[in-house]
Design a binder for this molecule. Structure first.
Ligand code: KE4
Length: 430
């Protein structure tokens, strides 16, 4: 596999950008090689600058539910760009997207569009604090909610990849207001709520965790979070940057039947463009400036080109909800292939992760929380990643990320992937 142009670009990149990348997990450090540089993407394919073609199961970490460069989305964005890239003033598309989000997720009576998932969660937490007048929040070890200071505590995703669950540069005061519980462990939540009675503004949770690998909520866990927050006048915040419009058109509340007070969305809602959102009931969202006294703003919030991508993506999903059955079925086929090779697999809809448990637990190990996920054999994962890449299949370069299936991953390509899984793993467990 020729990598020469990527290598030359990476050499230049490292001189000008930390680690040569604009987001740490892209650096491939957990899998012991340099990243490839992408030339273009189409459907389920990424093509790198050396002409290598990869079947893409990262899908840009989630936005790509339709596959890359869907013609209708490209057309919508091109039309929007021709009318001007940014106005810094309201435009009709923002209203249409806000209305579509509310149709898909009826709990979101009012929404604010922003430019990244980090910004959405950071803002929603500020709303929870402003609305309740309380300062503390509870999050879960291994959940990742973007890189705002108060949420970089025992976080997942790239922090786990670098095995640094907290970040330097976060003032102790911020971390002090962020309490960390154990995902799927009701007692750990109950204890924190009792120790901080009347002080917790919100419980912030990934309703299906996907940043320590995929870890679905155990039966009753979300229902418990809903009950204990209602009993304590604490808000429940579903961070649906990954699960929103992914698990179902209505996201986690539709998929699980549990309803939150505040929601954050990213990735799919922007159709691959820099757009995210936070929202909830009119009562709660009315505290956001200029209506209320919780300030949040953004030069490019509701950017017309990004809004065009989001609108077209949601319209396609709304027109053909059969997509969810198709991508879930294909993800289930991949789950079967991994299980056949003895791996522990967690799956929720079209999100899944195969865990490389230590040999002693290779059969029947379970991953239900951050501690379980940390036990995984990262070397074995790296070997699997590189073996799959050599076969032209690009999975996330970290054990602690999800595998994303798009509507562009045909049944034939899924079967090809199952074959590659079997070839890549047979040496490990047999
Ligand atoms: P962004 O700021 O990266 O748009 O969104 C932050 C975020 C918030 N909440 C959840 C549940 C998320 O998963 C994310 C971002 N996800 C990671 C991948 N697991 C983004 C990839 C990266 O950091 O490069």
């Amino acid at each position: 596999m020729d990598k020469s142009r990527s290598e030359r670009l990476f050499e230049r990149a490292e001189k000008r950008m930390p680690g040569g990348v604009n987001s740490p997990v892209r650096a491939f450090r957990a899998v012991g090689r340099h990243p490839f540089f992408v030339e273009k993407a189409q459907g389920p394919w990424l093509i790198d600058v050396d002409g290598n073609k990869y079947l893409d199961y990262v899908c840009s970490w989630g936005p790509g539910i339709l596959g890359h460069a869907h013609p209708r989305v490209i057309e919508a964005v091109s039309r929007a760009c021709a009318r001007g890239l940014t106005f810094g003033a309201p435009a009709a598309g923002e209203v249409e997207l806000a209305e579509l989000i509310g149709v898909c997720v009826p709990d979101v009576e009012m929404v604010r569009l922003v430019s990244s998932g980090t910004e959405a969660v950071m803002s929603a937490v500020r709303v929870a604090r402003g609305f309740t007048g309380r300062e503390k929040i509870i999050k879960f070890a291994g959940n990742y909610h973007g890189h705002s200071d108060g949420l970089l505590v025992k976080a997942g995703s790239g922090l786990m990849t670098q095995s640094v669950p907290d970040s330097a540069g976060v003032p102790a005061g911020y971390a002090a207001s962020t309490l960390t519980a154990v995902y799927n462990d009701e007692e750990s939540v109950r204890r924190l709520m009792e120790e901080n009675r009347g002080e917790v503004a919100a419980i912030v949770v990934e309703p299906v965790a996907a940043n320590m690998g995929v870890v679905p909520p155990k039966k009753g866990f979300l229902e418990f979070l809903r009950r204990i927050t209602q009993e304590n006048d604490t808000l429940l915040l579903f961070d649906e940057v990954i699960t929103g419009f992914r698990l179902a058109l209505g996201g986690a509340s539709a998929y699980t039947g549990v309803h939150a007070d505040l929601y954050t969305f990213g990735k799919i809602v922007g159709g691959g463009m820099p757009l995210a959102a936070y929202g909830g009931s009119r009562d709660i969202m009315s505290c956001v400036a200029p209506l209320g006294n919780v300030y949040q703003a953004g030069t490019l919030s509701g950017n017309p080109a990004a809004v065009a991508a989001g609108i077209e993506t949601l319209k396609i999903l709304m027109e053909d909800t059969g997509i969810y059955e198709r991508i879930d079925r294909r993800a289930q086929r991949l789950e079967t292939a991994f299980r056949k090779e003895g791996l522990t697999v967690n799956r929720a809809g079209s999100l899944l992760s195969a865990f490389f448990m230590p040999d002693c637990e290779e059969q029947g190990g379970t991953v239900e929380n951050y501690e379980d996920a940390c036990r995984c054999d990262r070397k074995a994962f790296a070997d699997y990643f590189n073996s799959m890449l050599a076969k032209g299949i690009y999975v996330a370069p970290s054990q602690f990320e999800a595998l994303f299936v798009s509507d562009a991953h045909s049944d034939g390509l899924i079967e090809r992937t199952c074959g590659a899984i079997s070839e890549s793993l047979m040496k490990r467990y047999k």
